[in-house]
Design a protein. Structure first.
Length: 116
């Protein structure tokens, strides 16, 4: 694995973690009472389940690269919209830029680097 691939995978993982934190923040902030806890736990849990099913390297249901990118980027966009909904648009846009860039670079390095 090259240094670039390692860096891209690290940034991508940090974006995945940031997505989960942002979705939990959205759920806890956007709702009141018990619903805030349901959304604060449920939103990241749904993202984890979708990621594990289709996006993760050892996904239960692997899909083609274009489909995987659509799902991955859709989750990142949904996270940005969630942050925007709780008045964190600047943070959401920074997250989106980092997440989409890491997603694209991951796909590129995955297809251009040959296994040793």
């Amino acid at each position: 694995m090259s240094g670039l691939r390692g860096f891209v995978l690290t940034v991508r993982f940090l974006c995945e973690l940031a997505m989960l934190v942002a979705l939990a923040y959205w759920g806890l902030t956007a709702f009141d009472g018990a619903m805030s806890y349901v959304a604060g736990v449920g939103a990241p849990l749904i993202a984890i389940l979708v990621w594990a099913q289709f996006v993760a390297p050892k996904a239960r249901h692997p899909v083609s690269l274009p489909v995987r990118l659509a799902i991955e980027d859709g989750l990142f966009i949904a996270t940005t919209l969630a942050l925007n909904a709780v008045d964190r648009m600047g943070l959401g846009l920074v997250f989106l830029a980092a997440a989409l860039t890491s997603s694209s670079l991951n796909a590129w390095t995955e297809t251009t680097e040959r296994p040793s």
